[in-house]
Every structure is written in C-alpha cells, then in structure tokens.
Design a protein around this ligand. Sequence first.
Ligand code: CAA
Length: 256
Amino acid sequence: MGFVKYEQEGFVGIVTIDRPKALNALNEEVLKDLEAAFDAIDLDTTRAVVVTGAGKSFVAGADIGAMSTMTAEEGEAFGKFGNDIFRKIETFPLPVIAAINGFALGGGNELAMSCDIRICSDKAVFGQPEVGLGITPGFGGTQRLGRIIGIGMAKELVYAGYNIKADKALEVGLVNAVYSPEELMPAAMKLAGKIAKQAPIAVRNCKKAMNDGLQVDMDQAIVVEEKLFGDCFNSEDQKAGMKAFLEKGKAEFQNK
Ligand code: CAA
C-alpha cells in the first residue's frame, strides 16, 4: 500500500492518499492501494472511516499522464476500475467521511462523493474539469454530483468545467461544513467519534437503508427500511440501548 497510508485511532480508521508529488492523482497503483486499504479494515474493531489526502491536495483527479495514451477500450476499462472501487467505498459497511484538505478535482471530487459525508478546509477546491481535457467525468461524477447537489447545478459544473471554492461547495450542499486547515482533521475525528459511540449495527443498517432506498421507489424503499429496522432487534446493542434509556443511563455498545 505504498500510495495509501492507514492508521487506526480507537474505533476510527484513517485512510490517507499519499502521492503528494502528483497532488495525489489516481493512477492504477493508487487505486489498487486505496482498495487494499478498505479491504484490510477490520469491521469488528472499526466503526467509522475518514479519508483524506497528504499535502496540499485531497486528490487532483485521475492521472492525466496515464490516461493520455489510452484507447477507447482502455479508457472504458480504467473507468470501470475506478468506478468499482468507488462503489465499494460507497457501499462499504461503515460510514466514510471525506476530510477534503485541498484540491478535489475530477476523480478527487468523485472520490469525495462516494463517501457518505464530506467536510472540507477553507483551502479546498472542487470541480469536474474533465471536459477541458476532452473527456467526461469517469469515476461517477456524471451520476453522483446531480444526486448530491441537484441536477441543475451539477450540469453547470460538469458542462462548464469550472472549479468552485469551499464556501460555494457549502452553499450548493457538496460539503456539510468548512473548517480552517488545522481544524479539519480534528473535526473529522470528532464527527467519526460521535458516530462510533452509537450502536454500530444500527449505524450500519442506517447506511444500507439510506443507500439501498435511493435505488428504488418509495414503496420498495420503506420495505428496505422495515427489514433493516427489524434486523436491529436481533442485536444485543438494541437491548442494551433501550435498557440504558429506561434506567436513565448510557449504553456502551458492543457491536453485537
Ligand atoms: N494527473 C497527473 N498529474 C497531476 C494531476 C493529475 N490529475 N494533477 C496534478 N498533477 C501533477 C502535475 O503534473 C505536477 O507534476 P510535476 O511536478 O511533475 O510537473 C504536480 O502534480 C503538481 O501540479 P501543478 O504544478 O499543476 O500544481 P499547481 O498547484 O500549479 O496546480 C492544480 C494544481 C490546479 C490542481 C493542477 O495541477 C491541475 O489542474 N491538475 C489537474 C486537475 C484535473 O484536471 N483533474 C481531472 C483529471 S481527469 C479525471 O479525473 C477523470 C475522471 O473522472 C476519472
């Protein structure tokens, strides 16, 4: 995992894309390392994950040098390669927070969008500049941006290819909050810590219900919720959480 570092602080895993010389641009190796980092996360001892970038960039996009000589078939395969990994992150059982410390362009914004929650530093810059390179966004940008910020603004950003700063990203709902660079990781860890204190099986079921429900119509979506709501009653943590409430105490959840 040469281009991706993994650390664990308590129940929180921290994944850092670490190719600062190329502003953490995503080539096949970086993408493989990213996938390996997620594959190695222990679901018994981890309850939330934070993704960030080393240096001044979150991720400045897919590697333009690597893409410059691709054929149509290779381009499609590269798109699938990145999409499969980002979809794995999107459907990862634990909540994933993107702590966006700098450039989140092209594949970088797409990586951030495959995370559940986005917060950023006031130095962050967002955009889908692909049309300026003669391509479409290729790691989910044409699909996730509209779902997150609404299709009208998403089309403007994708067609015109201009970048936006943190304050605009907050205004359009691309990020939930903006912090100074020094405050960003502490804020991400605080939020991850708050999530980690909740009943882990319930949190995981919430993620699955919210993600899966978006794929289907409302009648099916509420059935998705009913099943996952019901599933929580199989857990010891549901019993502990409700018992603690009734006894006016606080439960220490066991992830069981
Ligand atoms: N791919 C490959 N290398 C990249 C890169 C990328 N996406 N982004 C930056 N780099 C490299 C630069 O080539 C440069 O390398 P050298 O030092 O070897 O020349 C190094 O990172 C530093 O970059 P800059 O000197 O350009 O730094 P800057 O601070 O002047 O500018 C920037 C920063 C505005 C982010 C600029 O680097 C930039 O515009 N990068 C490209 C952004 C982009 O277009 N991203 C979309 C890529 S396409 C994509 O992602 C497709 C998809 O959806 C899958």
